[in-house]
Design a binder for this molecule. Sequence first.
Ligand code: F6P
Length: 323
Amino acid sequence: MKNIAVLTSGGDSPGMNACIRAVVRTCKYNGINAFGIMRGYQGMIEGDIKELQSMDVSNIIQRGGTILKTARSKEFRTPEGREKAYQSLIKHNIDGLVLIGGDGTCRGAVEFFKTYNIPAMATPGTIDNDLAGSDYTIGFDTAINTAVEAIDKIRDTADSHDRIFIVEVMGRDAGYIALHSGLACGAENILIPERRDTMQEVIKRIADNTKRKKLMSIIVVAEGDELGGAMHVDKYLKEYFGNIDTRVSILGHIQRGGSPSCADRILASRTGYAAVMGLLQGRSQEMVGVINDQIAYTPFTEVVKLRLPMKDDMMEMIKVLSS
Ligand code: F6P
């Protein structure tokens, strides 16, 4: 193996740059040429590939976003797009790939490798923390700390005004950000897509709290919750209670940016290093994760098939602690 290329794909996440740095530096240390593919699979299709030296990745470990930029490529979902991408890799003599991204990235990889065979490893780059094969994903820790900081501030107002705040956090298909930030902020209700939540439960909790003169409340809802996100929950509560004093706060993309936390920098560095070492040892088509603090390898086909299960004890605990 002589030429390894790295890309970032899907939603950006804090720590992607630390991972790119680890990939490039591990390549260079081992006498391998490193390349960066711009804008994920789209840049692969367009041949937007440039060589990276160690110096190109200095002073980025602390930066959010991704210096390689990222995209969600529709064209890569077509056989024609994937053929173009393959031809670009051949043209640049790329004989190894490191893919940094979430489940969409692994899904793209599974399709690609049905036809083409260039050794590839992935690292778990997403704030959603929803990948089987790693206890945590790169960016999740930063995202939940951003959410916690915001919700703590909202709580001040909620408490001062005796108001109910419905705070929407990211997670189209996954409730990990809602679960962890809600738990850390002492939210009275946490609504996530992995559990069938009912408005009756939310209403009951508000009514019970009101009886015991606890008028403020924080409801953390994942954007992908089946109740329809914060705006829907708010509308429902207003219709049900009539004169209830509620406010909605949608945290949105502030959760995706910012300087990565220490934990994310370390996870990114460990998995980026292990991805390159894995390629050099002949591994391919696996995502590198960390399970019980040990590097773990999971085939792409498993990553896209399995969901990271929600821990039942966490769900039970939240019920108890927010009562
Ligand atoms: O996958 C990460 C994520 O932030 C999800 O939580 C969210 O639903 C989605 O990306 C939003 O994507 P976009 O920035 O493309 O709108």
